[in-house]
Design a protein around this ligand. Structure first.
Ligand SMILES: [Zn+2]
Ligand SMILES: [Zn+2]
Ligand SMILES: [Zn+2]
Length: 446
């Protein structure tokens, strides 16, 4: 075992980056130190350098999946190994892990600097660490649940949800957190409150039922000293089961005086003090995510498969790959220049930030996508072209004048206006000649 490790680092030295440490602070190790601009297999770092606020150098650097060895007692968020004291024995144990992970990572493509990057980092970590990505409770954060492995991501949950939607990892339910209706944080305290005025100043009282007059009220209303006297008809209630019984309990509000059968639940936000009704409170489900075969294939390939949007659009007669779209636009431009026959180029852009996921959830976003795809499908002719550049749908309409495309855009807008809560989630533009040229360039470069 030990000799195998020697062999592996002798035949191919481990490239190690130091963060917050100097090679003079460390014993002699069998590795080669590199600068942060060149790829590395492992990092030896201080806990501060690997805290979630400071991890940008790792996720934005050349080797976001490299093995992280933390020196110190306080493990940073993405530590693969913690060397409490930086002696040869401890650090070599960390480097052994790096050698094993390097072997796995050699079968993986480099992580590209494009819109797939964060999804691929998440999948790459699951693959090379043979682990699922799990949320943990972090009371320091207003949203409470964190994915420490994805410490430096702006929106780790949204990234994980989108790769799960693509079938690249599998969800396992972890926790449901209710959120504040005002600030959307999850640091909220549940309390029973008066269903009428929402005050938490409530008491549970035994209910007394006077048989003869049918009056029901809390026991305290009947009490006169030691005696029970009906406040409605003034009779003395002497015998339980003969004069009266106690059919249950009642919630009495000390603020508004209301009597209710059941208390309501409300959440008090410790961050913004807003009170959110239990009935209308939203929640966020947190999952842990496990790599699937499709996810492993995506990491090896170094790209995420086409989005659901692409698979839906690519079923249309008018669907064009970016390359075919470039040909179609070129064709239209030539006809336009030679014969002055018009053509139009439209873009339909879908918002794709964390906000829309928070508002609509993954299912709601999928619904918006479906509406857009259906609307596009009903609007294009066979001779038109439809393509997708990231989240932007491109419509190329040969033999279509600006007036005609204006008419189409109006129709699309009115459909989205009717069907979407926030029509601004979908943006439609008719491109001028300059914009059309930009799209042509983009289509060619894809
Ligand atoms: Zn709040
Ligand atoms: Zn009340
Ligand atoms: Zn009575």
């Amino acid at each position: 075992m030990a000799s195998q490790f020697r062999e592996k680092i002798d035949s191919k030295p481990l490239k190690v980056l130091l963060r917050g440490l100097d090679s003079e602070d460390l014993p002699d190790l069998s590795c080669r130190y590199v600068s942060e601009t060149e790829p590395y297999d492992a990092v030896i770092a201080t806990p501060e350098e690997t805290s979630s606020e400071n991890l940008e150098w790792l996720t934005g650097g050349p080797s976001p999946l490299s093995t992280v060895i933390v020196v110190g007692s306080n493990a940073g968020v993405r530590a693969d190994y913690v060397a409490e004291s930086p002696n040869v024995e401890n650090l070599t144990a960390g480097l052994r892990i790096a050698v094993d992970q390097r072997e796995l990572l050699e079968s993986v493509s480099d992580i590209p600097f494009n819109q797939d990057r964060e999804g691929l980092i998440a999948l790459g970590l699951m693959f090379s660490r043979d682990t699922s990505i799990e949320p943990v409770i972090d009371a320091e954060k207003s949203w409470v649940m964190e994915y420490p492995m994805l410490g430096s991501f702006m929106l780790p949950r949204q990234i994980l949800e989108s790769i799960a939607d693509m079938g690249l990892c599998r969800r396992t339910f972890s926790e449901r957190l209710y959120i504040c209706g005002e600030c959307r944080g999850a640091r909220i305290l549940a309390r029973e409150v008066c269903a009428n005025c929402k005050s938490a100043n409530i008491n549970t009282r035994e209910l007394v039922n006077h048989y003869r007059c049918g009056h029901q009220a809390p026991r305290t209303d009947f009490l006169q000293g030691e005696l029970l006297v009906c406040p409605k008809c003034n009779s003395h209630l002497r015998h339980f089961g003969v004069d009266y019984d106690t059919p249950g309990q009642v919630i009495v509000c000390k603020l508004c005086g209301s009597h209710e059968n059941e208390p309501a639940v409300a959440f008090l936000c410790i961050d913004c003090q807003h009170q959110t009704d239990g009935e209308s409170a939203g929640w966020v489900d947190y999952f842990s995510y496990t790599l699937t075969g499709a996810g492993e294939a995506a990491v090896r390939k170094g790209s995420l498969p086409g989005t659901q949007l692409e698979s839906a659009l690519s079923g249309l007669e008018a669907w064009r790959s970016p390359r075919d779209m470039a040909l179609l636009i070129n064709f239209c431009r030539n006809i336009y220049e030679r014969y002055e026959r018009p053509y139009s180029l439209l873009t339909i852009e879908l918002r794709d930030d964390g906000d829309i996921f928070d508002r609509l959830g993954a299912q709601g976003v999928a619904k918006v996508h479906r509406l857009v795809v259906d609307t596009v499908a009903n609007s294009v002719r066979e001779t038109d072209g439809v393509s997708l550049f990231d989240r932007k749908i491109i419509l190329c309409l040969p033999e279509t004048s600006p007036e005609q495309s204006e008419y189409l855009v109006k129709r699309l807008r009115s459909i989205f206006h009717e069907q979407l809560k926030e029509p601004g989630d979908v943006e439609i533009d008719i491109l001028d000649e300059e914009g059309r040229f930009e799209i042509l360039k983009e289509a060619k470069s894809r």
